[in-house]
Design a protein around this ligand. Structure first.
Ligand code: KG4
Ligand code: ZN
Length: 337
């Protein structure tokens, strides 16, 4: 049996995990930086990079200890090297390279988006391919055709903001704090999702693309009027709950509609959903209803595997089996699409 160390530092979670070549997760440690970014209502790249620098080695140490694994027992080091914030990625990539050199073991370069899909494979405990993949995170909203773990092609993505980014920005303008997704979800629970009819971009055409910037602006105008000034106080409780619920309903509607269109277009009968926004209960329920109607099998991981983590880097086992090792001059790539 081979043991692997996975490293994730693409955005604002510092994470390490130990897993086996059978995809058994021996440990998965995530150190969140939310507290550091909260005053700015968004991730500040330089703060994120510095926090990774402080946290990464203690997090790796904890992952190894919890897995009762010594460094010398590792067969390879897997690292998310794309996409993400470049300063954040660099910390993880540099640490991974150093460990691979010191231990004289292979380095495995992992795409963070592919890992979000692969989290579904980990949670399912069996094959999920071929499937349509939907990744909805803070940085990405993308549909993929996934023939196999290492055969994923992009069907379409967002033309502007990602769904998670829209949640974070709307949370900020409603005065709900950071991270925005869970805060908007909590607020939406007591609101009326039909109170405002917010735009659902591209709903009336078949293109597999998303746009959330218009929706964000519509919430801003509904909230403060067209001469909106950010210094104004947030709307009172019931109005705010209705805004949150109506915004969430618009995001959920469009994600479900585009996933359905991708399933029909490809003829695939499985849908795998990953990324932080996949933790949203309204989205999970709506996707389940659509998949039941379409007779499609839905895979969504538990919350801990939806948001950023290093266990999902177990996708690297596929690379390892195929002997696809990364060179030691591996770079961090902020953009991928
Ligand atoms: O995948 P992830 O942890 O990091 C990236 O790769 O970006 O996703 C983070 C995003 C954030 O924008 C956060 O607000 C959103 O996922 N998120 C949610 C929920 N939990 C996290 N959005 C909606 N509802 C949630 N419950
Ligand atoms: Zn992510």
């Amino acid at each position: 049996m081979a043991l692997f160390l996975g490293i994730e530092t693409s955005c604002d979670e510092t994470a390490a995990a130990v897993f086996t070549d059978q995809y058994e997760i021996r440990s998965s440690i995530v150190a969140s930086q939310s507290r550091l970014h909260a005053p700015f209502t968004g991730v500040v790249p330089e703060i994120a990079a510095r926090a990774h620098l402080q946290q990464l080695l203690p997090v790796i140490d904890k992952a190894l200890t919890e897995a009762q694994c010594r460094l010398e027992e590792l067969s390879a080091i897997a690292v998310h090297h794309t996409p993400g914030l470049v300063g954040s990625l660099l910390v993880g990539v540099a640490a991974a390279k150093m460990l691979a050199v010191l231990l004289r073991i292979p380095l495995l370069a992992v795409n963070h988006i592919h890992s979000h899909i692969f989290a579904c494979r980990l949670a399912a405990g069996g094959d999920i391919f071929p499937c349509v993949g939907l990744v909805v995170s803070g940085g990405h909203t993308v549909l993929l055709r996934c023939e196999g773990a290492t055969q994923m092609t992009v069907l379409g993505g967002t033309r502007d903001d990602a769904a998670g980014e829209a949640f974070d920005k709307v949370a900020a303008l409603l005065g709900l704090g950071f991270p925005g997704g869970p805060a908007v979800e909590r607020e939406a629970a007591t609101g009326d999702p039909t109170a405002y009819n917010f735009p659902r971009a591209f709903a009336d055409d078949g293109r597999l693309e998303f746009s959330f910037s218009g929706l964000k602006t519509a919430v801003l105008y509904a909230c403060y009027g067209q001469n909106a000034r950010r210094s104004e106080p947030p709307p009172p409780g019931p109005v705010r709950a209705n805004l949150a619920a109506s915004f969430q309903a618009a995001v959920v509607d469009i994600l479900v509609l585009k996933a359905k269109q991708a399933l029909r277009r490809t003829g695939l009968r499985r849908l795998a959903v990953g990324g932080g926004v996949a933790a949203n209960k309204a989205l999970r329920q709506a996707l389940q209803r659509m998949c039941d109607r379409e007779r499609v099998e839905l895979f969504i991981p538990p919350l801990s595997l939806c948001t950023d983590n290093a266990a999902m880097a177990a996708w690297a086992v596929e690379l390892w089996k195929q002997g696809q090792f990364a060179p030691l001059d591996l770079d961090a790539e902020p953009t991928w699409l």
